[in-house]
Every structure is written in C-alpha cells, then in structure tokens.
Design a binder for this molecule. Structure first.
Ligand code: C2E
Ligand code: MG
Ligand code: MG
Length: 753
C-alpha cells in the first residue's frame, strides 16, 4: 500500500477526532468479529470430537452388550437341556458367572407362567421362589413377539436396594425344541455401564443415561433441565422394540476447560490496542476481503469436518477389532483369529495353544500410582511379551490387565516354556514416568483337542487354568486339566455352604488363652473360628478361610467374629476385674474393605470397650505384600487405639527392622520356629533375635504353638513376653473361659513336670 492510507475522498474531509472515533469503533467491532469466528471454529472442532467419542462409546456399548447377550443365550441353551431343574454343576457355573460379572444381580429359571422355578440371588433382589416373576404391565403379552424377533425380551427398569436400577433379560429355555420356560438375568444398569464405558470416556464426558424420565446413571441423579440440548445422544435399543435407554453426553467442565483456548480473548484485547491507522487500513482494505476470507474459511471448515469424519469412520472400523490403549486386537479380534485357526486345525500340524496372561495385583498399582501410569504400564507390557514370541504368534488384549497369546508349537511342552518365558520377561521391572514398577503375571494355558471345538470353550478353559495359577500363589503357569473344573466347582459349592452356614448360625468362635511367659498369668485370648458343617464335620479355618477370601464371604464371616468376640469381651470386662485382651484375626481382603473400619468403630462404640484391649492379627505376608496399599488403613486402625499384631512372623523372611515402618505393637513368632526350637540351634537363634529386637523396638513378642515344657523354658530365657499353645490350653468354648477369669490356672504346674 506504499504507506499511503487508503481513504475515500469523503472520509478525508471529516475532522480527525471523528475519524479516530469511527476507526476505534470499527477496530473494536473487527476484533470482536474475529474473536467470535475463532470461538465458533473452536466449537465446531469440539463438536466433531464429541461426535467421535460418542460414536466410539456407542460401538463399545453395542459390542459389549452383544457379547453378554450371546453369553446368556449359550447359558440358556445349556440350562434348557436339564429342564427346569438345573444340576449342581449348573448352579456352580451360574454362581461363577454371577461372581465374575458383578452387575448380574440374580439369575432365575421361570416356567411358562413366569413362576420362579429356581433362583440364584446373591445380589438380594426381591424375588421369591414359587412366586410369579414381577413384570411390568403388558410385558407378558409383548414378550413372545420380542423373543421371536431377537431372541431376547427386556422388561422396564426396576429399583434395586442400593439405588441402582435393574432390567430383566428374558431368554427362552427349550428342551427338545419345545419351549419350557425362560431364563431371566437381572442386570444392574449403572453398574454395567460403569464397566462397559471405558474410563477415558467417563473422564472426559458427563454421561446421563435415562429411560423416559428415570435417570439410570448417575445413580440417584436428577434429570438435568437442559438435557435435550446436550450435543451427544444415541438410543441404545437392545431388544429392537424401538425403545431403550437414551444415552446423553457432553464434555465435562474439566474437559472443556482443558480444551478451551484463550485465543479469542487475546485477539479481542490486542485488537483494541492496535494502531488506528493500521485499523483504518484494515477496515478499508479488508471490507471486501473479509467476505472472501469468510467464504474460504467456511469452505475449509467444511473440508476439515469431512476429513475428520472420514478419519473417525476408519478409526471406528479399526476399533471394532482393536483395543484403543495398546492398539492390539481386542477380545472380539482375538476370537475371530482363533476361530480361523480352529477351522484350519485339521490340516495343520502341532499343538494349538491359548495362553491367558493376567497381571497380578494390577489393581493395587492402579490404585496407588493412578490410572495414567497404570495405562502406561499396560502399553509397555505387550512390548515385553512380544520379545519372546515367534513372528507368527498372535498377541491380543482381552480387556483390563489380561492379554492373550495364541500360538502353534510342535509339542505342548514348548507352549508351556513360552508361558514361563513370558513370566520371566515381565519380571524385569518397568520404568513408568520415573517410577520403577515390578509386576508379575499368572498364565493359564489350554490346548485344542478333539473334544474342544469352540474358541469360547478354549478361552474358558484357559481362564479356569488361570484361576488355578492365581490361587496356587500367582506368578506361575498352569495348564488346563479336566479335573480343574471339578475343583473350581468344589470351591464354589463350599462358598455356597459358607454363606448358608453363616445364615444358619453354624459358625462359632473359640478362645485360646495367651499367658505371660514368666509369671504365667492369663493376659489375653485369641479368637478362632470353627465351622460345624451341617454334614457333621468340624471344618478347619485353614480350609475355609482361603475359599471365603476368594469368594467374598470373608466380609460376613469377619464381621461375625468381630461382633461375637467383642460382645464376649465386653461381658468379661463387665464382670471380672482382671480383664484380658482379645486378639482377632483379620484377612487381607477384610483390610481392603472400607466397611471393616466402620464396623470395628461401631462395634467398639456399642460395647464401650477400651480399643487397646482389641488386638488385630494380620499375617506378615499380608503386611509385606500390600505394603503400599495397606499403610493408610493400618494407620487408621492404629489411630483408633487398637493394637496391631503381626501374625506368623518369620515365614516371610522380612527383616524385623522393616516392621518399625508399620504401626505394629506385637510380633507373633510363627509356630514353625517354636516347633523345632529345642533341637534346632538355628531356630533358637532366630527366635532369640526376634524376641530381643522386638523388645528394642518397643514391641512385645508372643510365641505360638508351644506344646512342650522345654520350649517354654527356652522362651523364658529368650525374654519372649507371652506364650500361647496346647501346653497351656487348647482353644476353648466361651462357657469354659469364666473359670479362668475367676483365677483358675490349669497350666500352673506344666513346668514342674
Ligand atoms: P493363626 O492365627 O496362626 O492361629 C493359630 C492357630 O494355631 C490356630 O489354628 C490354633 O488352634 C493353632 N494352635 C494353637 N496352639 C497350637 C499348638 O500348640 N500346636 C499346634 N499344632 N497348633 C496350635 P486354627 O484355629 O486351625 O486356625 C488356623 C488359622 O486360620 C489361623 O492361624 C488363622 O490364620 C486362621 N483363622 C482362624 N480364625 C480366623 C478368623 O476368625 N479370621 C481369619 N481371617 N482367619 C482366621
Ligand atoms: Mg492368629
Ligand atoms: Mg499364627
């Protein structure tokens, strides 16, 4: 422009002040317009991204729900074969499914009149055997039509006790091609969506799921007033009846803040302070150019939108078979690959193996380091696994922390060696954002054989073997064998019996005295559980506690011991002067349950007991294994005033000095050291050191399993504070305790023998 202002002759004659005022106004207007344009295009980009996320979410949900439907169809087909009276093995499998799929709250079999013929109901839905299943008005009439169309009918949402709502899935049960009833699965909606909708979406989006005016997720939420204006929406119509759940989404405030840009505000500011002449030149020069730019801009945005749409579509196609986090084939990708290999098995040589790899205690890593580092670890794990795979081995991610390898080897032993190699490869530790993380993995292996023809069954078997590897102590491989299913079933039926036993009052608590090693005065008791099984056996806690821990009934058992034990302790405190303490065993699973702390507080308060008279015994192994996760809960317990006892000390080979980092006040030396203490100099040295160091650290020591007077004499010379064992007394019934509290000392003569 050669430095010459472009002025029209009319304008050049106006006074300078007027020109400046006009120019300033124009400049401000222009800046506001530019800022507005920027905001608009920001909104378009946000819209496109939201649409992408909603598309992915819909694909995920439809895929996951489809899988569950097929799963229930298989269950219905197999249950139908036994009519309306499932076999014990069927019940075991139903219980396993309910346990593994937290959002299935109940499963029932109905006859053709919708009367409940059998019921498995751990989620405590209000259902009663023999009664008609509660369906919505008009549903019974519509049901057949729906089942005919899609094989599935879904009844309206019902409220559950915990505030969630559940739908009932009805699928036909047939015997010899004849309809005999229905399989109903009660499905907690918010719980299921929580597990179906990946974390990433939940972080970025506000998601509301509704059915009509009922808000299903978030649980107990209200219908937001402007929900219809939320930009993301789709209808999840599972049974094809034209209605279903409306899923609404918008970016959460946090996501909007992160994505938001300060640019428009900056433009507005800098626009107002730019030079008047430049603004004037811009005004005049760009008056026409603006139209052109706007048109061009519009064109470009359209192109960008089309391009990002194309990209989203191709990403969607990829995502259906792949996992977003690792880029590996996902569960459905893995199944199609396996289907292909099984189909061509007849011509192929060698053994086809499926290895299911599950990281041990990954949840602890996630909880302590956060999900982002957990995700990063999950990205690194496949690289390690790949290091030991052959070029045509297949690697996929099943979901969560579970990976799958499908490989062909000349012999089975080679596939087992591959499993070991994977465990070693993962053993080395990972660097994640400056944190060194150690993970171990457990692996279940299953091979294709003549009877095993479907991918699902093969993966199921590998899963059973994986369960075995986990329960055998983790960080190991286990190969599927037919008897494993029986063992899993045995555990499941025991878990059933435990629950029934608790309901029937078949558990009782016995008390074993703990005495002062020198004065032999009674100081405390350990509460120990006993199970009088209805078949007449007394089952040892060593047998049922691990099953109760695995299957979740430990919470109720633990609460029972706590209530019974503390009620007895309160009575003893009320009636006797020299009141003892009570030691209660607490398992790792209980420690992780937030309810444990509140129950303990409540029971202590109910009985007005001094907390220091309650000792909680936690095994050394648990203390070491969950070092990080338990620190918080141990400190909370300690601050209540209860004493923490480390039980079975010494077997974990941890240094005693390590204990000073925990709020521990009593060390209980493991029975195995006491057993050979008379003959083994080594055990003597270990026990003596533990007693001395415990004293130095301000803790007391207890020796358990003392059976002979010589053991007791040695413990006296070692300075062990307290002793417990059959030599002094066996675990006793409540009614036999009172004479001890009255002053009787049946053990007073044991050392004079
Ligand atoms: P623990 O906590 O180490 O309990 C001591 C075990 O040693 C008890 O076995 C007791 O009967 C046994 N014992 C005591 N004195 C002697 C002795 O002189 N010689 C021998 N050979 N054994 C002796 P019990 O009652 O069978 O309990 C076994 C384990 O089951 C307990 O080991 C504890 O870990 C667990 N347990 C018992 N009750 C509970 C409970 O209420 N909750 C939890 N979580 N675990 C429990
Ligand atoms: Mg104990
Ligand atoms: Mg012990």
């Amino acid at each position: 422009m050669g430095g010459r202002p472009i002025l029209t002759p009319g304008l050049s004659r106006l006074p300078a002040a007027a020109i400046s005022a006009v120019v300033m106004a124009v400049l401000l207007g222009l800046s506001a317009w530019l800022a507005g344009e920027l905001r608009k295009s920001g909104r378009v980009a946000e819209q496109v991204r939201l649409q992408q996320l909603v598309d992915y979410m819909q694909a995920d949900l439809v895929g996951d729900i489809g899988k569950k439907i097929r799963d229930r169809q298989r269950a219905a087909a197999s249950l139908g074969r036994n009519g309306l009276e499932p076999q014990p093995a069927d019940f075991s499998m139903i219980a396993l499914t309910l346990q593994q799929t937290g959002f299935y709250r109940a499963v029932a079999g109905l006859d053709l009149d919708l009367r409940i013929a059998w019921l498995e109901n751990p989620g405590r839905v209000e259902l009663t055997r023999g009664e008609r299943y509660p369906v919505g008005a008009g549903f019974a009439e519509r049901m057949e039509g729906l089942i005919e169309q899609t094989g599935l009918a879904i009844d309206r949402p019902l409220p559950l006790a915990d505030g969630d709502r559940a739908v009932s899935w009805f699928q036909p049960l047939t015997l010899d091609d004849e309809r005999i009833g229905y399989l109903v699965t009660v499905f907690a909606i918010a719980d299921a969506l929580e597990s179906f909708i990946p974390e990433q979406f939940r972080r970025e989006l506000d998601i509301v799921v509704r059915s009509g005016d009922q808000v299903l997720k978030p649980v107990g939420g209200e219908l937001p007033a402007e929900l219809d204006q939320w930009p993301g929406h789709f209808l999840l119509d599972i049974d094809g009846d034209g209605s279903g759940f409306d899923v609404h989404a918008r970016f959460s405030d946090q996501a909007t803040r992160v994505a938001g840009t300060q640019l428009p505000a900056l433009v507005l500011m800098s626009g107002s302070i730019s030079s008047i002449l430049l603004a004037l030149a811009l005004f005049l020069g760009l008056r026409n150019a603006n139209y052109v730019r706007e048109l061009e801009g519009g064109n470009q945005r359209l192109q960008e939108e089309a391009e990002s749409r194309r990209q989203a579509e191709s990403e969607l196609a990829f995502l259906i078979g792949h996992d977003r986090l690792t880029g590996l084939p996902n569960r459905s990708g893995s199944i199609s690959h396996l289907d292909g290999l099984i189909g061509s098995c007849d011509q192929a040589v060698g053994e086809l193996a499926v290895l299911l790899i599950d990281l041990d205690r990954f949840q602890d890593i996630n909880d302590s380091l956060g999900h982002e580092l957990g995700d990063e670890l999950l990205r690194q794990v496949p690289e390690r696994i790949r290091d030991v795979l052959a070029a045509d081995d297949f690697l996929g991610r099943q979901g969560g922390d579970e990976f799958i390898v499908i490989c062909r080897r000349e012999e089975r032993a080679a596939a087992e060696r591959l499993g070991e190699a994977i465990i070693h490869a993962l053993d080395r530790g990972f660097m994640v954002d400056d944190n060194q993380i150690f993970v171990s993995a457990s692996i279940g292996i299953a091979f294709v054989d003549a009877q095993m023809s479907t991918s699902e069954a093969l993966i199921q078997n590998a899963d059973t073997a994986l369960f075995k590897a986990k329960t055998a102590g983790r960080s190991r491989c286990s190969v599927f064998a037919c008897d494993m299913l029986q063992r899993v079933q045995h555990r499941l039926s025991m878990s059933h019996d435990i629950r029934r036993g608790v309901d029937n009052g078949d558990f009782r608590v016995v008390y074993q005295p703990i005495v002062d090693t020198i004065t032999m005065d009674l100081r405390g008791f350990e509460a120990l559980l006993r199970w009088d099984h209805e078949d007449g056996r007394v089952i040892s806690p060593a047998e049922f506690i691990p099953v109760a821990e695995e299957t979740g009934s430990i919470g109720r058992l633990g609460e029972f011991v706590l209530r019974r034990g503390l009620a007895d302790l309160a009575q003893w405190h009320a009636r006797f002067e020299q009141a003892p303490w009570l030691a209660v065993n607490v398992s790792a699973v209980q420690l992780q349950q937030p309810a444990f702390l509140s129950t303990l507080k409540r029971v202590l308060g109910e009985h007005q007991l001094p907390p220091a008279q309650v000792h909680l015994e936690i095994t050394e192994e648990v203390l070491i294994r969950h070092e990080r996760g338990h620190h918080g809960s141990l400190n909370e317990l300690k601050s209540l005033g209860v004493q923490i006892v480390v039980d079975d000390f010494g077997v974990g080979y941890s240094a005693l000095s390590y204990l000073k980092d925990f709020p521990v006040s009593v060390v209980k030396i493991d029975r195995s050291f006491v057993r050979d203490i008379v003959a083994s100099r080594e055990d003597q040295a270990i026990t003596r050191t533990i007693c001395r160091l415990a004293g130095d650290l301000g803790m007391t020591s207890v020796a358990e399993g003392v059976e002979h007077p010589e053991q007791m004499r040695l413990l006296q010379t070692f300075g062990c504070t307290y002793t417990q064992g059959f030599l002094l007394a066996r675990p006793m019934e409540r009614r036999d305790i009172e004479s001890l509290l009255d002053g009787a000392r049946p053990w007073s003569a044991v050392l004079s023998e």
